[in-house]
Design a protein around this ligand. Structure first.
Ligand code: NG1
Ligand code: MG
Length: 589
């Protein structure tokens, strides 16, 4: 096993790959042939529509999270892999006379899918007043700022294109030193990641669009001491995470990191604390006596995160953060609760570190806990989470410290959670400070807040991620020709436990997902769980490869929403998937 959960080489420093043959990107000849045909067709259609050939095709995959749900924004490590479904964006500078200044960066965006109408847009250039420091030096220097209209309340396909573009404009064409202009650009988009299904079509779109605009504007190679260097995967992830917030979801960084850094044949262990990093972990599922694959099955319940964020995703982000503060107070972790004038938005991962006395601090490299220590710390903190039970918090707030240890009313009120006022009191912050710290950047709507259940899920799930990773690493270290099927059973059991926690503690499942994962197990899966944000979307199951056709047939007969589907429709809804390559740029020669 690796000695730290912060592997030395994390791929964040690797350059984003540029391929010129499809074979480089898809080393298996069978896949390469299929992909070459797809890339060629997109390039030909681009030429037909715009009258000139594309210069690049940017490609970014969706992802399936194998385990570790809703813990990335608590800064715990997660375990996703890229899927084969992806977004392709063919792009080129539009030929013709250079546009006058104000018209720079004009974009014609089209989509192969007819549902998504062609769009034309340009960023608005604002020449802002120079910043103080600049003004004092050179009064005539103006600061360039760009603006693109994105309405996060409306689901529009081009919003994701604009989100990617925005980051490139801000990073390379804004500020006092910006001299050149963004290029006029034609783009043609196509995608196979189903939308609203938990496979992160949004991250695939944003990563592909960021890459396309980097390529068209010659920003893949950057000036560096002694020559040039390629933009790194870490830089691309950072841009894509920030870009996606422009579409309105305060997500963790799992999806963009997975889409950018994935490698074929392996999953990724992605960590965010004390710093971001991603390392490939080989999967043992093809080396076991029974060869297995991941099967994705869509519940066909659409989960539009942006639309329901107030009562679901963003509410969970707030509950998880407040749980961290209240637990830090209950555990008397004063360095955390007093940080930043007492207003730090503490995360559960920081509470764990402080409770374990590890000295880990966000953003600072060492010291960091080894996974064994993190596991021990998680096991140690789980009983402390009982302090977050509503009845206990209430008694504690009333100052009835003596009552702290007893059960009493906890059982009955455990389900209901805390009212807003009770939660604020437990945070120890003045109401207006609470609002500023926890609610000024996000909209949520609820009558009760569940701190106990959310924290219980997060710590338990974080532990399962490390256990899942251990099973994979132990298998990788095992030189045996063939591994026992126990490996599959161990992974499957962790997946089942994850589903159970998502359903009962984090409450991000839904009746259809509960039913579908149960049917998947009945149909022979080693384990089955929802993947992504939940409340609908896809499940992922570990299934014996030889049994996949029978598995799919049983689901079709037993899951009500599948009965009316044609064979072709069913193929898009239930399918086996192999971990695929992360994002890259294909240079059309
Ligand atoms: P999906 O369902 O793929 O959008 C979301 C978040 C992740 C993570 C998961 C839950 C976005 C862009 N992504 O994924 O960061 O929190 O939910 O584990 O919102
Ligand atoms: Mg998404």
């Amino acid at each position: 096993l690796e000695s730290s959960d912060q592997p030395a080489h994390t791929m964040a420093d690797d350059p984003v790959p540029i391929f010129t043959t499809v074979l480089d990107a898809h080393p298996l000849p069978a896949i390469a042939a299929r992909e070459a045909a797809r890339f060629d067709a997109l390039a030909a259609e681009f030429t037909r529509r715009f009258g000139h050939a594309p210069a690049y095709i940017a490609r970014a995959p969706g992802r399936v999270n194998l385990i570790g749900e809703h813990i990335d924004y608590a800064l715990f490590g997660v375990f996703p892999a890229a899927v084969e479904q992806d977004v392709l964006i063919a792009c080129a500078r539009r030929p013709g006379p250079a546009a006058p200044d104000a018209d720079a960066g004009h974009v014609h965006a089209q989509n192969l899918n007819e549902r998504y109408a062609p769009q034309a847009f340009a960023p608005m250039l604002r020449t802002a007043l120079p910043k103080e420091s600049v003004r004092s030096e050179e009064a005539h220097v103006h600061v360039k700022e760009w603006h693109l209209d994105i309405d996060p309340r409306e689901l529009r396909w081009e919003s994701y294109v604009k989100a990617g573009y925005y980051g490139v404009l801000e990073k390379f064409f804004a500020g006092p030193a910006a001299s050149s202009e963004p290029a006029n650009t034609d783009i043609l988009v196509t995608g196979t990641v189903p939308a609203g299904s938990g496979l992160s079509s949004s991250a695939a779109m944003v990563v592909a669009s960021t890459l396309a605009f980097l390529a068209v504007n010659d920003k893949l190679e950057l000036p560096a001491p002694g020559g040039t260097r390629r933009i790194t995967k870490g830089e691309l992830v950072a841009m894509a995470v920030e870009n996606e917030t422009r579409v309105g979801v305060n997500s963790g960084g799992m999806d963009q990191a997975a889409s950018v850094t994935a490698l074929p044949e392996s999953a990724l262990y992605i960590h965010f604390f004390p710093a971001f990093g991603a390392a490939p972990v080989p999967l043992p599922i093809r080396r076991t006596r029974t060869k297995a694959v991941w099967v994705i099955a869509n519940s066909l319940v659409k989960s539009e995160k942006v639309v329901s964020a107030k009562t679901r995703y963003n509410l969970r982000v707030v509950e998880t953060l407040v749980a961290a503060r209240v637990l830090a107070r209950a555990l008397r972790l004063d360095t955390l609760t007093a940080a930043e004038g007492g207003t730090k938005r503490v995360t559960l991962r920081e509470v764990l570190a402080a409770h374990a006395g590890s000295g880990e601090v966000r953003g600072r490299a060492a010291p960091s806990l080894a996974p064994e220590d993190v596991k021990a710390a998680l096991e140690g903190i789980l009983p402390e989470v009982e302090r977050l039970r509503a009845g206990r918090v209430r008694r504690w707030v009333r100052g009835d410290e003596a009552g702290e240890g007893e059960g009493g009313e906890e059982q009955e009120d455990g389900e209901l959670g805390l009212t807003y006022d009770e939660m604020v009191a437990a945070s120890g912050l003045a109401p207006e400070v609470f609002r500023e710290v926890y609610l000024s950047w996000v909209e949520v709507e609820a009558t009760h807040f569940q701190l106990y259940k959310r924290a219980r899920h997060v710590f338990g799930e974080a532990l399962r991620v490390l256990q899942f990773r251990d099973v994979c690493l132990a298998a990788a270290a095992d030189g045996a020709e063939e591994l026992a099927d126990d490996v599959l059973r161990a992974l499957g059991a962790l997946m089942d436990a994850s589903q159970d926690a998502c359903s009962t503690l984090f409450e991000c499942s839904c009746p259809e997902l509960d039913q579908l994962t149960r049917l998947c197990r009945d149909a022979g899966a080693y384990g089955s769980r929802l993947t992504g944000a939940g409340w609908g979307g896809c499940t992922v199951s570990l299934v014996a490869e030889a049994a996949v056709p029978a598995f799919i047939a049983r689901l079709r007969a037993s899951y009500p929403a599948y009965r009316a589907l044609s064979d072709a429709q069913l193929k898009d809804v239930v399918f086996a998937t192999q971990p695929s390559n992360g994002a890259f740029v294909f240079k059309v020669t």
